[in-house]
Design a protein around this ligand. Structure first.
Ligand code: NAD
Length: 478
């Protein structure tokens, strides 16, 4: 399987071996065989070994940076942060895994209750292309530390850096603990459908999630679903609209060419402040948004992932123009090739909430600006789409912003920022409704990889005070 450079599709960046059903089965078999031994390793030792493997692998990140940039079109300033993420996550998750995996033991009048947190077994991890190393690390680090073994399938659209990274980590762990396969939907289905898989952790789009959920359902297999968003950023009537603030909003939408699940996908602005907002936003974009060669450190935005995606996005903006919208082109636009998958960043005004650019996830460098007359209306429209991943509230008064945030139907709400700058290793992240279920990051992100086991020895049975044929009645009520 070959991958081209989206900034210059005539360049083939590299190839990876494409798996088939047999190779996928071998990877699951290796993970299944390794499970009992890995699960028996004391948690502190597992944490240390995973962390050490990531530390050692990360020393070669410098070479992986340009590779990730060339296969994905992500600007070079961004990729080093992406490649350093696994180590930061390992340092956060380690103590959490040790705490969660420790037995909880209760000895009291009722008897002895031991609650253990056990790994599931083989985890199938399926990830997308837009942040391939971060999104794989969010599954692999907590999954392995808690004693599971794993098979990871990345996206054919950015398979190179993540395969290299995970293979290097795998080499430093016992055989079969971490396995990587590459391929498309057929390989993904072979993986999810393998009866030896105990849980599926998926990040990607809704249509794929439906296929995976259907296959997982046949095996009554639990899933984590991290899906797309249609995030609203609500600027309250008292929000600061200076250029510095709006630079954060611009990055909130256009990081990775807008191809981020938690990007600002809709701007909600008070009607009375629309012109002021637009003027400051255009100036902010002029200052910080520079489309060009992803390997040039001055570029802040590269191309999009594929020709198909470029055409879809260009068509979406054209349909907005056809619907009478005003389209502002943003920033400095200097593509480094004629035939790369470039899309000019735009701010789109005057669309109806039912237009596809507003109602669905665009996942690209174009953002609609919608105006509202009351905060109640803004909240209703923010919540009025099928996806419920993240959102943000912008206000000069933090308490006011938090009060509005509480009314938003989302798994995450940023205050006065949005997207990567507002995330935290300790803050769990994930969606509701069509944005999925389950969490990554934070303690909840580690807890996805353990299942509880209660071992209960009732005092009444132990002391022969009860026959064992009725629900025990608390002494006070008896
Ligand atoms: P996608 O759903 O097309 O692909 C994701 C992965 O699923 C890929 O590895 C792909 O090969 C695999 N796949 C495709 N069909 C499959 C099938 N039938 N069975 C099993 N596996 C299959 O998504 P994408 O285009 O790679 O990623 C973009 C989407 O991911 C966007 O919607 C974005 O918002 C979302 N996303 C969500 C998060 C989050 O944390 N919530 C993070 C990043 C991206």
């Amino acid at each position: 399987m070959a991958r081209e450079n989206p900034a210059d599709p005539s360049e083939q960046v590299g190839t990876v071996r494409t798996a088939d059903a047999a190779l996928t089965g071998e990877a699951v078999g290796a993970a299944a065989a390794a499970f009992a031994g890995w699960a028996r390793v004391p948690v502190a030792e597992r944490v240390a070994r995973v962390t050490e493997a990531i530390v050692e692998t990360s020393t070669a990140n410098g070479e992986r940076g340009p590779l990730l940039s060339r296969e994905l079109g992500k600007v070079i300033g961004d990729v080093q942060g992406e490649l350093g993420f696994a180590l930061a996550l390992a340092r956060y998750d380690g103590p959490v895994a040790e705490r969660l995996c420790a037995d909880r033991v209760l000895h009291d009048d009722e008897g002895t209750l031991i609650t253990t947190a056990d790994p599931y077994g083989v985890i199938a991890a399926i990830t997308p292309w837009n942040a391939p190393v971060i999104l794989a690390a969010l599954k692999v680090v907590p999954g392995l530390m808690t004693g599971n073994t794993m098979v990871v399938k990345g996206s054919p659209l950015a398979p190179l850096a993540v395969t290299d990274f995970l293979s290097q980590v795998a080499r430093r762990l016992p055989d079969g603990v971490l396995n990587v396969v590459n391929g498309g939907a057929d390989v993904g289905q072979a993986l999810v459908g393998d009866p030896r898989v105990a849980k599926v952790s998926f990040t990607g789009g809704l249509a794929t999630a439906r296929h995976i959920a259907a296959t997982a359902a046949e095996h009554v297999r639990p899933t984590v679903m991290e899906l797309g968003g249609n995030d609203a950023a609500i600027f309250l009537p008292d929000a600061d609209l200076d250029v510095a603030t709006l630079q954060r909003a611009v990055f909130g939408s256009f990081l990775t060419s807008g191809q981020v699940c938690m990007a600002i996908k809709r701007l909600l602005v008070p009607a009375a402040r629309r012109d002021e907002f637009v003027e400051a936003y255009l100036e902010a974009a002029r200052r910080v948004l520079r489309v060009g060669d992803p390997l040039d450190p001055r570029s802040t935005m590269g191309p999009v992932i594929s020709r198909e995606h470029q055409q879809r996005l260009t068509g979406l903006v054209q349909s907005a123009r056809d619907a009478g919208a005003t389209v502002h082109e943003l920033g400095v636009y200097e593509p480094s090739s004629d035939d790369g998958y470039w899309v000019r960043p735009t701010l789109v005004l005057g669309l109806d909430d039912r237009h596809p650019l507003v109602a669905d996830e665009q996942f690209g460098p174009t953002v609609p600006l919608l105006t509202y007359d009351s905060v109640d209306e803004a909240v209703a429209r923010a919540n009025g789409v099928d996806q419920a991943l993240a959102s943000s509230v912008w206000s000069a008064d933090e308490q006011r912003a938090v009060a509005v945030a509480r009314r938003l139907d989302a798994g995450f709400t940023f205050i006065n920022c949005h997207n990567r700058a507002g995330t935290s290793l300790r803050a769990s992240f994930g969606g509701r409704r069509h944005s999925g279920h389950g969490r990554e990051f934070g303690e909840a992100g580690v807890a996805e990889y353990v299942q509880s086991h209660s071992i209960n020895s009732p005092a009444a049975i132990r002391e022969n005070r009860a026959l064992g044929n009725a629900y025990p009645v608390p002494a006070a009520a008896g």
